[in-house]
Design a protein around this ligand. Structure first.
Ligand SMILES: [Zn+2]
Length: 341
């Protein structure tokens, strides 16, 4: 199986967006370039793949979903459709470079594949560096009739306005828990209380919650919360916990620390206790949130998030130091709050 496998139907919350584009196609109004915008873990790539497969499918005049059976669908699924190209940054690169976009432009300018459409996916578009973005702009300015370009963006604000203005925007909103929870219970075979915890910690992002459930990460998350509590109570040295976390999937811990800081900031702003989703650690986190200002918690979030970005980058920062920096931010805030109490 390649990672170009598409499902029979779009994810339930993406169906209206999918149908909108199919409708444009039916009326001969398929845009030259479509910008799919929305939060991470919402399924934008799966939507883009289904739309690509649909546009290329031999039977798209007869049905609204890619048939999955015709020659085009088969080639698409096994990653060898000559009319489809996905541009992503290389594993060791931090950006999409100009060479990748030049290959896209050559592909777009070339003849059509088996007489049909050619589809290009840029994922995510904000990964393009400035010269790559300018090269793409040229392709967008000189559209070729049979090419459909899809840009995916987690944060459309980071795109050049000139690129945005040449694309039709399709914004995908975060689905509500009423939609996500039953879908996750069904897809992950976990019970509802675990599903709700996973949804809460991932701020409602359905695919991130699914990954959390499938990797049995809830248990690790509980351990992380217990460790953090111990550090904040100064029962265990910060360096000991940093050493322990650095040996495991460090990015998970940094992501959870960021999400937790984000939730505490929301709590400090609204006083809505349901925003603190970890019932075991509720007392400690309420204590902290009540004694810190919203801005202090936002700074804590920014600190944890910057350590997460550093851990994801190709610079290979020292994992123990990265953990220590994030944990120091938490501890410093705790010490300030207890002085104030
Ligand atoms: Zn087909």
């Amino acid at each position: 199986m390649t990672d170009l496998e598409f499902s029979e139907r779009p994810l339930p919350w993406l169906l209206p967006s999918y149908e909108r584009v199919v409708e444009m196609f039916r009326h001969g109004r398929l845009p030259h370039a479509l910008l799919i915008e929305g939060g991470e873990g919402i399924g934008k790539r799966s939507l883009a793949l289904m739309l690509s497969a649909f546009v290329l499918c031999e039977r798209n005049q007869l049905q609204d979903m890619p048939c999955g059976q015709c020659k085009h669908c088969a080639l698409f699924k096994n990653g060898s459709h000559g009319g489809f190209k996905e541009i992503r940054r290389g594993e060791k690169d931090s950006v999409i470079k100009i060479d990748a976009i030049r290959s896209l432009s050559d592909f777009a300018a070339g003849t059509s594949y088996l007489g049909g459409y050619k589809v290009v996916l840029v994922n995510p578009a904000e990964d393009m560096n400035i010269s790559a973005a300018n090269a793409l702009l040229k392709t967008l300015e000189e559209p070729s009739a049979s090419t459909f370009i899809i840009l995916i963006s987690h944060s459309g604000g980071r795109l050049l306005p000139t690129i945005r203005s040449r694309c039709q925007s399709l914004t995908v909103g975060m689905p509500t828990p009423e939609v996500v929870v039953p879908w996750l219970v069904n897809s992950s075979e976990n019970d509802e209380s675990d599903v709700r915890r996973a949804v809460a910690i991932t701020s409602g992002s359905p695919l991130s919650a699914l990954t959390l459930l499938e990797n049995n990460s809830l248990e690790r998350l509980d351990c992380m919360l217990a460790d953090l509590s111990q550090v904040l109570k100064r029962a265990v040295p910060l360096s000991e916990v940093a050493e322990k976390w650095a040996k495991d999937e460090l990015k998970d811990y940094l992501l959870w620390l960021s999400q937790l800081a984000h939730q505490l900031a929301a709590y400090a702003m609204t006083n809505d206790e349901t925003l603190i989703v970890h019932s075991d650690a509720k007392k400690l986190f309420s204590y902290l949130a009540q004694r810190c200002s919203y801005m202090q918690l936002v700074d804590l979030y920014a600190l944890c998030f910057s350590q997460l970005s550093a851990a994801k980058s190709s610079n290979n920062p020292n994992p123990v130091l990265t953990c220590e920096r994030a944990l120091s931010g938490w501890l410093a805030l705790m010490l300030k709050s207890s002085q104030r109490a």
